[in-house]
Design a protein. Sequence first.
Length: 316
Amino acid sequence: MLSTPLIPPILNLGIKGVALSGVLTNFNLVFSLITYILVSGVHEKTWCGVSFECLRGWKSLVDLAIPSCVSVCLEWWWYEIMILLCGLLVNPRATVASMGVLIQTTALIYIFPSSLSSSVSTRVGNELGANRPQRAKLASIIGLSTSFILGLFALFFAVMVRNIWAKMFTQDVEIISLTSMVLPIIGLCELGNCPQTTGCGVLRGSARPKMGANINLGCFYLVGMPVAVWLGFYTEFNFRGLWLGLLAAQGSCMVTMLIVLSRTDWERQAQRAEVLTGSITTNDDNNEDLHEENEKISNIGSLESLQSTKFDDSHV
């Protein structure tokens, strides 16, 4: 963390120093985790040495990992596409620079719903695995309610700092003006993004990451993208139009996610969890399929770590 403010001025590397500090931060995280594992000995209870068993179960891991990663990537690729679109707007120098400030702002805010999403996902998965469907439902309701509160705080924050936030990044009048104009829209986006991100966590906790990926794909690229292009290039909204497109994507995504979760049969999800974990017996013809599904559930814990670190790896 200290490398970012220290390395660029001390080594006089400028923007290269910022990139170098990001690399060092990532390696420091990996080194610290490996050191903790070796020193604490948490791996000793599960480490059985290298064997051919290590090659089993990869298909079930990939079946869960890919949709979970795609769900996050589809959302964050949208921001990268918006940067490219900014280069086609009037005065691209100012719009691209302002976009950089705004994306860093959303990255800061995203930490909170992302953490809540991971927590809710773990709790829902545990409750379903313990055959407590009503408690899983309660956990999802509490998580979503909390996410709306986070969204309101994000909206309040964005509106309150809109006139001073950009000044911490630049003194360019045009960039400050564009950033101040769009920050309230970002606040509204986060009002939808917080429940949407938490809803994705509920879907992961119930082993339905593909549904979350499909929702993100449809809402961001079939709803948000056309709205952003139309408002940004064919109306007078210009730079604001791109962010209004994001608002349309986040809003439709939140509504779709809430509809899916409200129609969830939690009793059925608990029964499904029993089958996936092999807690009930079935005929011999299904044993092989059950073994594969059991491996899927056993990998969910690992996928939560993958999901929660995906954002950090892309935006440090």
